[in-house]
Design a protein around this ligand. Structure first.
Ligand SMILES: *Cc1c(COP(=O)(O)O)cnc(C)c1O
Length: 373
């Protein structure tokens, strides 16, 4: 029997198309930083970063120093930004050695980097993280001036630009995002009045890129839309994106069951009439959300089949009564496109009450990945 095991497939040509769509959306002079944190949202850090560099993306952004060093050891040459910054002088030395760009969000990390910059004789480039309303990492935008005055006394670092993050750009109500944009502009002008040049200011994530031209500034930071997902399941489709990831599994057994048969743990589903069911070889340990229990669908022979009963650790059950000829070994797609039907990470996110980011990260990190195109 020809069985294809559980597998995530990554289509690099879709990544290329998505980047092209983003390029068309922003001004020619606007730079693009591809966000590749969390193993490139489950798509694989090195293959994705290598492809993006080949496609002439301007820079890459990720969370940790260790990930950035991995990129350098794999030969990635373009600017790499560490979005969560660094905290120790050992790390600062690595930043200098590997020519990386950390975010700074307090005077501690600024001092450490400044010392390292002076020692190595070459100023370390940094971005200053400003909180314009996200309520997370950064200095409050109203304190930008005070902070910059301190930084200006430090040699060995060069502030490339201000960074800030939008909290609500995926929502229908635009007021809060507009306030964040206004706060960000204010922080920029305060800094410029204090003599900083700031050529690389950046505010927009995927939702901001698609909805707020005024949030683009010098550099945009797309993450989820590079991979074809949406900021939230009901975002709408302003861009014709392609899904980069597919996840397929296989049918282990097909059974005919009587009316009233309880299905899976807890008997949360009883069959209504005699049914044909397929037992599928993947579950929550393979990265599927248990919230898909009695809610999700799968594609078999290109047709949608409903998930019935609870998703188990390594098994899931689907009702295939209306699909002809389903047999052991057949391919089952949880995420993918077959014969004109498709299930996207946004569909899955809607069924499981989450967002495509989580769907992609969990499937991508728990399965073997194959790269095509
Ligand atoms: C994750 C992240 C992004 C990308 O967000 P998306 O919504 O995936 O586009 C951009 N900037 C920062 C600082 C991030 O942490």
């Amino acid at each position: 029997m020809n069985i294809s095991p559980n597998k995530v497939t990554i289509d690099l040509s879709a990544l290329q198309d998505n980047l092209l769509k983003i390029r068309e959306l922003v001004d020619q002079k606007t730079k693009i930083m591809g966000i590749v944190k969390s193993d490139a949202y489950g798509h694989g850090l090195i293959p994705v970063a290598t492809e993006l560099e080949k496609l002439h993306i301007d820079s890459l952004g990720l969370n940790y120093l260790s990930e950035a060093i991995k990129l350098r050891t794999e030969g990635i040459k373009i600017p790499v930004v560490i979005l969560l910054g660094i905290t120790t002088s050992q790390e600062a030395k690595k930043v200098a050695d590997y020519n990386l760009i950390p975010i700074i969000y307090d005077l501690d990390s600024a001092r450490i980097l400044s010392e390292e910059g002076k020692k190595s004789g070459r100023a370390i480039k940094v971005y200053l993280k400003i909180d314009t309303g996200m309520g997370r990492l950064g200095i409050d935008f109203s304190e930008t001036g005070l902070f910059i005055k301190q930084l200006k006394k430090m040699k060995g670092i060069k502030i490339e630009g201000l960074f800030s993050h939008l909290s609500s750009a995926d929502e229908q109500d635009t007021l809060f995002t507009k306030t964040q944009i206004k706060n960000f502009k204010e922080a920029i002008s305060v800094s410029r009045r204090l003599g900083l040049e700031l050529t690389m200011n950046s505010l927009a994530n995927s939702a901001g890129i698609m909805r707020y031209k005024k949030a683009h500034f010098d550099l945009v930071r797309p993450g989820i839309i590079l991979y074809g997902g949406l900021p939230c399941p009901d975002f709408g489709k302003p861009l014709a994106l392609r899904h980069v990831m597919t996840f397929c599994s296989w049918v282990m057994q097909v059974r005919k069951v009587e009316h009233g048969t309880p299905i899976s743990y807890g008997r949360t589903f009883y069959t209504d009439g005699s049914r044909k069911i397929a037992i599928i070889s993947s579950g929550y340990a393979d990265g599927l959300s248990r919230s898909l229990s009695n809610k999700g669908n799968v594609l078999i022979h290109g047709k949608k089949a409903r998930i019935i009963g609870r998703v188990c650790m390594n098994l899931t059950i689907a009702d295939v009564t209306s699909i002809k000829g389903v047999k052991k070994g057949d391919r089952v797609c949880f995420l993918g496109k077959e014969k004109g039907n498709s299930i996207t990470s946004d569909d899955m996110a809607r069924w499981a009450d989450t967002i495509s980011y989580e769907v992609l990260c969990s499937l991508g990190s728990r399965n073997n990945r194959e790269y095509v195109n």
